[in-house]
Design a protein around this ligand. Structure first.
Ligand code: CTP
Ligand code: CA
Length: 226
């Protein structure tokens, strides 16, 4: 083995990664979304591929080409994301939800472009399903990983999310950390477990965050020793 060859510790493991934003159309030309770049999720998918995993990457609209050596599913809405992730997750050992899923969609999507009216308008939104929580309800032996961006009380909120969604752990970050999170090439995250225990990781490349994340996930696979 050459010293630079990555460990093939995920050979035979199916890994599903969601990435990027979702778009929730109000009419054919307008949507609600967020600035997720997809870089974190793509880094996880590429790292898993290089460690031998059989990878499905389900991504919202991002400015990144399909990475070679994996199945890539392009979606737009949260409902489409759910369908693709739930289907791929059936046979998966690890599911990593980095997607920034829009919490709401239009209660009624107009088939025609809506002309402006004089004065204020009210848009009726309805909640999107929680995909990670749905996977957590039938968790089995799958390892489930979430991401959360919080502006305050991050560890407490992330631990509650991990509990509520039955995730193994959540990687928490803050939108204010410079050069990280939305669009950046680095990330500085805190690993938070459902019991509230947590570890601050240093600011490193998203690829290095992916490496550490998959180290954690691999340890939790059935039949592995920590
Ligand atoms: N998530 C999901 N489906 C949703 C919303 C979120 O699967 N409809 C996943 C995200 O991909 C992420 C994790 O849940 O891995 C946490 O997302 P976050 O938006 O922080 O959680 P919410 O439960 O939506 O809480 P909040 O009210 O803070 O937005
Ligand atoms: Ca949310």
């Amino acid at each position: 083995l050459s010293p630079t060859a990555p460990a093939r510790d995920l050979a035979g493991v199916r890994v599903v990664v969601s990435a990027g934003p979702t778009r929730e159309y109000l009419d054919p030309v307008r949507f609600i979304s967020n600035p997720s770049s997809g870089k974190m999720g793509f880094a996880v998918a590429e790292e898993a591929r290089d460690r031998g995993a059989d990878v499905t990457l389900v991504t919202g609209p991002v400015n990144l080409p399909d990475p070679p050596g994996m199945r890539v599913v392009r979606i737009e809405s949260a409902l489409e994301l759910r369908e693709a992730v739930v289907e791929a997750a059936r046979t998966a050992g690890v599911v990593v939800m980095t997607a920034a899923v829009a919490d709401y969609r239009a209660a009624a999507q107009s088939g025609e472009k809506q002309a402006k009216v004089a004065g204020d308008v009210t848009v009726h939104l309805t909640p999107n399903p929680d995909i990670l929580a749905q996977l957590g309800q039938e968790k089995g032996e799958r390892v489930l990983v979430g991401f959360a961006m919080e502006t305050h009380a991050g560890v407490e909120r992330a631990a509650l999310k991990a509990q509520r969604k039955n995730a193994d752990f959540i990687l928490l970050n803050y939108p204010t950390r410079e050069g990280t999170a939305f669009g950046g090439d680095d990330n500085q995250v805190t690993l938070v477990r459902p019991d509230g225990s947590h570890e601050d990781w240093p600011r490193v490349s998203k690829r290095e965050v992916a490496r550490r994340l998959l180290d954690e996930a691999a340890r939790r696979l059935p039949g592995r020793v920590a």
